[in-house]
Write a protein that binds this ligand. Structure first.
Ligand SMILES: [Zn+2]
Length: 391
């Protein structure tokens, strides 16, 4: 190093144009020819010294340069879609989580959507602890499928504990949720927007490295059809938001308490499902409408969606045991006869009138806990720890 400093001082004291041979010096020609290589070497050493001195302390550079260390990028670790149905009794709370690697970013990113939040008690006892267990620190979107308390009220409770992200939006079916504007989310003022049939929410990144949440029904209408109201409002369930969620080869339907023409007491419900079925087609997994009530899941709807697995969010509790006997006998009979369907998962305890038949028991699994579906979109998926298609 001492030698380099001496050389540097020497160079600084030289007449540079002469040293570089740009101007004729007074030395004899033969001597000048001998001197030039020496000077050039000296200059190169000194320039090298300048570069070393000017660069930040990063330790010695490696030659030849090492190739970049492979990172956990989209090429090595696939993106994952996880859908969790919390066990909230007769209600709904469904978490959609997408873990992906954005383009040019080796770090895993997670985006979270909560569709309904159960009632207030379920939100406090099940949904908020469940979100924390799943390491959800913020929600990108929160969606109320409709305004029944076992879907919407808990969602409002969740948002007061788990913040909405800075770009986060709370969606509902028609901005008929004035109390949501009073919610003080930990991070920001809650933004509330209505969703229209045909609109899409996108999670993730480029190409097929993304999840599309397409709204296929809202307020009793699809993108191309509307239920004829005949001068009066249709019931709340029939106006549920419904979604087709797709990720590569995986597809999933969820539609709140959407109705399909079945009887509610002495009254027929509006048949929204038949119009929705035309827009959705076949899906991998069906989240059964309205907790397995026979107001919903009509024959044509089930045949068109033709799922390989069904999930029912319902459960017997001391409060509802005598009120609702869900899933209903009719819906179970229709489901078990579907040609492709291999399993029916139920979050809570079965409350079907007269219990399950031997035929039901071949497919029904009353988990009495949360039901989680996960997939990389490669044509296979897992429900809790069971793989589909069966190996
Ligand atoms: Zn409901």
């Amino acid at each position: 190093m001492q030698g380099l400093i001496i050389s540097l001082n020497h160079i600084i004291s030289l007449n540079f144009p002469a040293a570089l041979g740009l101007k004729r010096s007074k030395l004899p020609r033969r001597q000048r020819v001998k001197l030039r290589p020496q000077l050039l070497i000296l200059i190169l050493i000194s320039v090298g010294f300048f570069c070393l001195a000017a660069s930040p302390a990063q330790g010695p550079a490696a030659f030849p340069p090492k190739s970049p260390v492979p990172s956990a990028s989209s090429t090595s670790t696939p993106s994952t879609l996880t859908i969790t149905h919390f066990n909230v009794g007769t209600g709904d709370a469904t978490l959609v989580l997408f873990n992906f690697y954005p383009k040019d970013n080796p770090n895993k990113t997670t985006q979270s959507v909560l569709i309904d939040g159960g009632d207030v008690q379920a939100a406090q006892k099940v949904v908020i602890p469940g979100l924390r267990k799943a390491h959800v620190t913020e929600l990108k979107f929160a969606i109320a499928t409709h305004y029944d308390p076992e879907h919407r009220d808990g969602l409002q409770t969740v948002i007061t504990e788990i913040p909405m992200s800075m770009q986060g939006v709370v969606y509902d079916r028609d901005r008929g949720w004035p109390s949501i504007n009073d919610v003080s989310s930990p991070v920001k003022t809650v933004e509330n927007q209505p969703l229209l049939a045909g609109s899409e929410i996108i999670l993730g990144g480029e190409g097929d490295n993304r999840v599309v949440i397409k709204c296929v029904a809202a307020n009793g209408a699809t993108a191309t059809w509307r239920y004829p109201r005949k001068g009066k409002d249709i019931d709340e369930n029939a106006q549920s938001l419904a979604f087709l969620i797709t990720f590569k080869k995986f597809s999933y339907f969820i539609g709140g308490d959407l109705t399909g023409g079945g009887k509610s007491g002495f009254r027929s419900t509006p048949d929204i499902e038949s119009a929705v079925a035309k827009e959705v087609g076949e899906v991998t997994v069906l989240r059964v409408n309205h907790h397995g009530s026979d107001t919903s899941s009509n024959q044509g709807f089930l045949a068109a969606l033709n799922p390989s697995v069904a999930v029912i969010s319902s459960g017997k509790t001391p409060l509802n045991d005598r009120l609702f006997q869900w899933p209903s006998r009719k819906v179970l009979d229709r489901l078990t006869k579907l040609p492709r369907l291999t399993a029916i998962y139920i979050t809570g305890q079965v409350a079907t009138l007269d219990g399950l038949t031997e035929e039901d028991k071949k497919k029904v699994k009353d988990v009495q806990g949360d039901i989680t579906i996960s997939t990389t979109g490669d044509g296979t998926f897992q429900v809790n720890s069971t793989s589909f298609p069966p190996k």
